[in-house]
Write a protein that binds this ligand. Structure first.
Ligand code: GUN
Length: 297
């Protein structure tokens, strides 16, 4: 049996439509729209393309968007002052500093300077702590894990009591998604195992998974025979494995051997077109939420 494909592009579109409708309602009721500032330092080509897409999406859903580009040689003090300015700007609900930062700037210092109530990336330690506490405390969820959970929910996968295995323990994906799936609540209540590079028998853990979430950054790490028949497989890996000579575009591969895995899994995300498109959609959702919180006071 071939797995149902979880289409991240379609789910992304549905979420953005929902956000747009809520923005329109907010505008009508309160005469306000959510405000997002994107701060890009320097001219890293990948960062430029990410920020361009974030700005475009924010405008599409009806946000006020400030694109604040700064030179690569901006001082750390000037960047901290800029963040402080937006922390105190009532029109701004979300502050996003695109990473990575130039070497002379302390990334931790910068992320910690963002007001946690405007930290729509959810990278600030206060938001990491809120996620750990769960429930209403978790104001913002980090965007990629939030996108993964949304794909699981909207694909109709049962999570309550499910065995979830997370491959990878990064701060931005593995650790937060593991905690989110173990919490009480919708799309959660799962029994979670985290496996990583020091795990003794990766295959035996993966074989138990009703939901397998792979964020290791190793192409084809997960073999088809490790997948439990009927499992939901979420592949977070985006690995450049070569270049298409005709199009000049990178050939992307996930962490799962997709072609074979889709013959065993019940539902599966493709790469590209699975988790990738979800991250920016969840950033928009966080910015909307932030504006809604601020209106409630
Ligand atoms: N650089 C790559 N991904 C991200 C992200 O999700 N947020 C920020 N701020 N920078 C990034």
């Amino acid at each position: 049996m071939t797995a149902e494909i979880i289409n991240g592009n379609e789910i992304r579109k549905a979420i953005l439509e929902e956000v747009k409708a809520e923005v329109a309602q907010m505008k009508e009721k309160y005469g306000k729209v959510p405000g997002l500032v994107t701060i890009l330092i320097g001219a890293n080509p990948a960062s430029i393309s990410y920020v361009t897409l974030k700005v475009k999406t924010a405008l599409e859903v009806g946000f006020k968007e400030i694109q604040d580009d700064q030179p690569a040689d901006i001082s750390e003090a000037s960047l901290l002052a800029l963040i402080d300015k937006y922390n105190n700007d009532p029109e701004i609900n979300g502050i996003l500093v695109q990473l990575p930062l130039p070497k002379h700037i302390d990334e931790k210092k910068v992320l910690n300077a963002i007001n946690p109530d405007k930290d729509v990336d959810a990278f600030h330690p206060v938001n990491v702590g809120r996620l750990m506490i769960g429930g209403d405390e978790a104001k913002f969820l980090p965007c990629t894990p939030a996108g993964i959970q949304e794909l699981i929910i909207r694909s109709g996968t049962e999570t309550s009591g499910a065995e979830v295995v997370v491959v990878g323990r990064s701060n931005i994906v593995g650790k937060p998604i593991a905690m989110m799936m173990a919490q009480k609540g919708k799309g959660a209540n799962s029994t979670v195992t985290i496996v990583h590079t020091r795990t003794k028998d990766l295959a035996s853990h993966c074989k138990r998974a009703d939901i397998l979430i792979v964020a290791a950054g190793v192409p084809d790490l997960v073999k088809p025979e490790w997948i439990k028949p009927g499992a939901t497989v979420i592949d977070v890996g985006v690995n450049r494995v070569g270049m298409n000579e005709k199009t000049g575009k990178a050939i992307l591969k996930g962490d799962v051997d997709y072609d074979k895995a889709k013959e065993i899994a019940g539902k599966i995300t493709p790469v590209p077109g699975g988790v990738g498109p979800m991250t920016i959609a969840m950033l928009m959702k966080n910015t909307l939420k932030s504006a809604q919180y601020s209106l409630k006071g």
